[in-house]
Design a protein around this ligand. Structure first.
Ligand SMILES: *[C@@H]1O[C@H](CO)[C@@H](O)[C@H](O)[C@H]1NC(C)=O
Ligand SMILES: *[C@@H]1O[C@H](CO)[C@@H](O)[C@H](O)[C@H]1NC(C)=O
Ligand SMILES: [Zn+2]
Ligand SMILES: [Zn+2]
Length: 441
């Protein structure tokens, strides 16, 4: 056997059998970490504490970049645990550090903001702020990351590097992750993980996929101007209602006729305002909506064509149109790194059993986690809450949204296990995942 052949056999062996070949821990010891952490997180003391933290945050919901009390609560809990942190990052953001203080660094992220929505659930810990509610589960995300902080701090001697705990402001449309990146949050971070609760899959299960998991997203608003007048004398007017109606129909042809049927895209007009009387043709109509795609290229292409179609179609009916794309608010595609996907499957499988780690289809919703995962290897997954024997769980952004507090332990243990195992398996994972960073966006 020549030396080259021997080296390549070793290389192949290392690529496929890493867990056995290079760690100081045996593969059995590695695979026991997630179960041990779950047992720890399910102990009544930690589980109940997470529920209490979550309820405190739920009672006092704060909107994007206004999470002052939430941020204070997080810092008090970190102080209590003896975890050092940076604050403020992006107004209210906090980054805690657990472990050796040395590289490698792996980040776990929880978002902190609530929604401008009146809670309709009657329970002891209902939102005390009229018109604001944690209806997306970010209160639970914070509680789970604090739970992970306690698990990690308790096992800090075993951490082969540092875990950075990202408590992020303003996920719901105000660009909190972008601001954290601008503040240097990702410096030295090798990989980042985040989870989102979902009512669509069973409690104790997770769902995810490699590659694009959530869409890139943009918004548009167009003002279509004509010339108002008497509804009975249309020949003296330029009717923007008719022009805007034709615009809405023409926009539907972008996805049906111009997009590759295998490259998922959405154009939705969700807003149509014009007129106020039965017998008056208005001067103008305002329409608005969203567009989604699974690559930057498709997203930018949609944006250009939406503008062209609106302006040109309005002109067919003698109207003028202006289109605003709020370009600062364009969301990137949330892309799951393939190597971190394998890591997740291993860790979650060890904890939950392979049958409770489910594949999912890409969802055309968006997440500002995308801005993290376009800079460094990132991974996003969903944690199920559904349990028919408890009650029906509404989907996110409903005023009837509730959390299955029984799943907080799973989230905390998954966070802690993903980070701990990432640091232990760093040599292999970082080498492979960096090469794999999605460079399209
Ligand atoms: C669902 O709820 C029931 C009743 O509380 C509980 O016994 C069961 O363990 C829950 N299932 C899961 C998967 O959490
Ligand atoms: C459209 O814009 C042109 C150029 O500014 C202007 O002359 C025309 O009156 C406008 N038409 C309407 C319907 O506003
Ligand atoms: Zn949301
Ligand atoms: Zn959310």
């Amino acid at each position: 056997m020549g030396i080259c052949k021997f080296v390549s056999v070793i290389l192949i062996f290392t690529l496929f059998c890493l867990p056995i070949s290079i760690y100081s821990l045996s593969s059995t010891e590695l695979s026991e970490i997630p179960t041990n952490f779950l047992n720890y997180a399910q102990k009544p003391e930690l589980a109940k504490w997470m529920v209490d933290v979550r309820r405190k945050i739920h009672e006092n919901p704060e909107l994007g970049f206004e999470e002052f009390e939430t941020s204070k609560l997080i810092r008090e809990e970190l102080d209590e645990m003896g975890i050092v942190y940076k604050h403020p990052i992006a107004v209210t953001g906090v980054i805690g550090y657990v472990g050796s203080g040395e590289p490698p660094f792996v980040a776990l992220r929880a978002d902190m903001d609530a929604l401008p929505l009146q809670e309709m659930v009657e329970w002891d810990y209902k939102s005390k702020i009229p018109g604001k509610m944690h209806a997306c589960g970010h209160d639970a995300h914070v509680a789970m990351l604090l739970g992970a902080a306690r698990i990690l701090q308790n096992h800090r001697q075993e951490l082969k590097g540092t875990v950075a705990l990202f408590f992020q402001p303003a996920e719901e449309g105000a660009g909190g992750s972008k601001k954290m990146i601008e503040a240097g949050a990702l410096q030295n971070i090798d990989a980042i993980f985040a989870l989102h609760v979902t009512a669509r899959i069973r409690a104790g299960s997770v769902s995810t996929r490699p590659g694009p998991i959530l869409a890139g997203c943009g918004m548009f608003e167009a003002v279509i101007s004509g010339k108002g007048g008497h509804a009975a004398i249309p020949q003296h007017t330029i009717d923007p209602i008719l022009a805007a109606s034709n615009v809405v129909l023409s926009l539907q042809q972008l996805v049906s006729r111009e997009a590759d049927p295998l490259d998922s895209q959405v154009v939705t007009v969700a807003k149509f305002h014009g007129g106020g009387a039965f017998n008056v043709i208005p001067d103008s109509v305002t329409i608005g909506g969203t567009f989604r795609a699974l690559s930057k290229e498709s997203l930018v292409n949609l944006m250009h064509r939406i503008e062209q179609v609106i302006v040109a179609q309005a002109a067919v009916n003698r109207c003028n149109a202006t289109v605003d794309f709020f370009e600062d608010d364009l969301y990137s595609v949330t892309y799951n790194n393939e190597v971190l996907h394998q890591h997740f499957i291993n860790v979650a499988g060890d904890m939950l059993g392979a049958e409770r780690v489910q594949d999912m289809k890409t969802i055309m919703g968006s997440e500002d986690f995308s801005f993290f995962s376009e800079q460094i290897p990132g991974y996003f997954f969903f944690l199920g809450m559904k349990n028919e024997s408890l009650r029906k769980f509404e989907t996110a952004h409903s005023p009837y949204f509730t959390i299955n507090e029984g799943v907080l332990s799973y989230g905390a243990a998954l966070h802690a296990s993903l980070a701990t195992r990432y640091l232990l398996e760093f040599e292999a994972l970082s080498h492979l995942s960096k090469r794999n960073v999605h460079d399209e966006l």
